[in-house]
Write a protein that binds this ligand. Structure first.
Ligand SMILES: Nc1ncnc2c1ncn2[C@@H]1O[C@H](COP(=O)(O)OP(=O)(O)OP(=O)(O)O)[C@@H](O)[C@H]1O
Length: 470
């Protein structure tokens, strides 16, 4: 291990503020960057205790206290009021270090001021050297090969659990759900987790082709089977799924004539090319997906009842995204990460954007969310880390009306991006004034104390409180 002096020197040269707490929350180490951030001497800092910072109003949320309680690594973005009365916003991560008895022995905390991080990031962009910053875009094949499934909601977790169980069998699975809810993703997940995973999954969208072409694609044909047929003939997709999985997407669009033909294949596991005499034995597992209620199709006479019952062995229903809102934020950050890699950018979604995404009903479900995140990223202002855009132009006024603006007041650019049309120096100054006043009133038990904190008189506090409806 390197010598302690060298280690101290290294820690003091790290740009992020670092401090270590003992199990009681006492500060037992801090590096230079941390002292600079809070404007304290080492002696002052080493007298602090993390459990006392919130009651004393120095931080809005204590990452260390949260990590002590949850006994796991935690990151927060919070506001800090330094002993010198100066305010900043930081990203802090606390990592517990456990003793042999499993109790938290020490807490390592790393902090970075968001405004300085943004400046460093901005400078890096200004001095950007293409050869060092360029990240090769992921090729579509690589990204599609191993699809990640985000499933934070209890509903999705239950579906994945059932899917993993049924994957082990050869039963037919009927996946239903609105468009864009992830039916194809789920079908691939079942295939990947089945004993057929090394064989191909052959996918066909029954709505994508007219009846005659679909029939030729599914069953294949022999040489000269019809005008325009290839001289060599062509194997069908059912054959191609031999040993693997056949995935029929939008099976509700399978024409009635083909439904009967396909039912026979499903029951006998034998298929015959168009124009052929001989049938071929085919070993495949069927997964089907529908974005319409097949039972209603049966009642309306557009879907054969016998095929419906043959398909509906294991039904899995994917709920629309609006019924599993817990998945919205993780999906949005997952897609942002995906597109950041693809477009070689570094961005995060602001809390306000996430709130707006969570409030929206997503008629196009996950596919729509993915597209919105891509648009947010590519249209976001260069040089700022957080994406602050107002989503009303993308999602519609009604969709986002219910959320309240939450903006870091020192960042006027964010304020401008949030509402460029109504931006003015006066509007921004009033916004800051309101924010500072609300903050002071939260910290102080009386308007007199708030007046003392803000070095103004109490009548001004009362007047402005009324003006801003606080
Ligand atoms: N749980 C998930 N985690 C991550 N990405 C997902 C998830 N579900 C869906 N997606 C992504 O959302 C998009 C739409 O998913 P998919 O094509 O599977 O939906 P679908 O229900 O089959 O849609 P359609 O009915 O229109 O065929 C895809 O880009 C997919 O990768």
């Amino acid at each position: 291990m390197a010598n302690p002096l060298l280690m101290a020197e290294i820690f003091d040269n790290i740009n992020e503020g670092i401090y270590i707490l003992n199990r009681k929350g006492d500060y037992i180490y801090c590096n230079n960057a941390f002292l600079k951030m809070v404007g304290a001497t080492r002696e002052e800092a080493l007298r602090l205790n993390a459990f006392q910072l919130i009651p004393e109003g120095q931080v809005s949320v204590s990452v260390a206290v949260t990590a002590f309680t949850e006994k796991k690594k935690v990151s927060v973005v919070n506001n800090v009021l330094t002993p010198k009365g100066y305010h900043y916003r930081q990203l802090a991560t606390a990592t517990p270090i456990f003793g042999s008895g499993g109790e938290v022995e020490y807490m390592l905390v790393e902090t970075v001021r968001l405004d300085l991080l943004a400046k460093r990031y901005q400078q890096a962009i200004l001095y950007e050297d293409d050869s060092t910053i360029e990240v090769p875009a992921l090729s579509p094949e690589r990204t599609r090969a191993k699809e990640t499934i985000i499933a934070d909601s209890p509903a999705m977790q239950a579906i994945l659990q059932t899917a993993a169980q049924v994957a082990q069998t050869d039963s037919t699975v009927l996946i239903s759900g609105e468009t864009g809810t992830g039916k194809e993703v789920l079908a691939k997940y079942i295939h990947r987790n089945s004993s057929r995973a090394d064989a191909p999954i052959i996918e066909i969208n029954c709505a994508a082709l007219p009846e005659n072409l679909l029939e030729a694609e599914l069953f294949g044909y022999t040489k000269g089977a019809f005008t325009g047929a290839l001289n060599t003939g062509k194997p069908g997709l059912i054959e191609a799924a031999h040993g693997g999985t056949l995935f029929l997407d939008e099976i509700n669009s399978l024409p009635l004539a083909l439904q009967g033909k396909f039912l026979r294949v499903l029951e006998s596991h034998k298929s015959k090319r168009l124009g052929a005499v001989e049938e071929q034995e085919i070993d495949f597992r069927l997964l089907a997906a529908t974005n319409q209620n097949l039972k209603e199709g049966v009642l309306a006479g557009t879907f054969r009842a016998d095929l419906y019952y043959r398909l509906n062995v294991i039904p899995l229903e994917l709920p629309p995204l609006r019924e599993r809102r817990e998945d919205i934020a993780p999906l949005a950050t997952f897609f942002l990460d995906y597109y950041c890699k693809r477009y070689s950018r570094t961005k995060v979604l602001s809390r306000r954007v996430i709130e707006q995404l969570k409030a929206y009903d997503w008629p196009g479900n996950i596919r729509e969310l993915k597209n919105v995140v891509e648009r947010l990223l590519v249209t976001s202002a260069a040089g700022t880390l957080e994406i602050y855009q107002d989503l009303a132009p993308l999602l519609g006024e009604d969709a986002v009306r219910s959320t309240s603006p939450e903006i870091y007041p020192a960042d006027w650019e964010a304020f401008y991006q949030f509402d460029p049309e109504h931006f003015s120096l006066k509007a921004y100054m009033e916004f800051c004034e309101k924010h500072v006043l609300a903050d002071a009133l939260k910290r102080c038990p009386s308007s007199y104390k708030a007046a003392a904190l803000l070095k103004t008189d109490q009548s001004t506090i009362v007047r402005k409180r009324k003006k801003y409806g606080l």
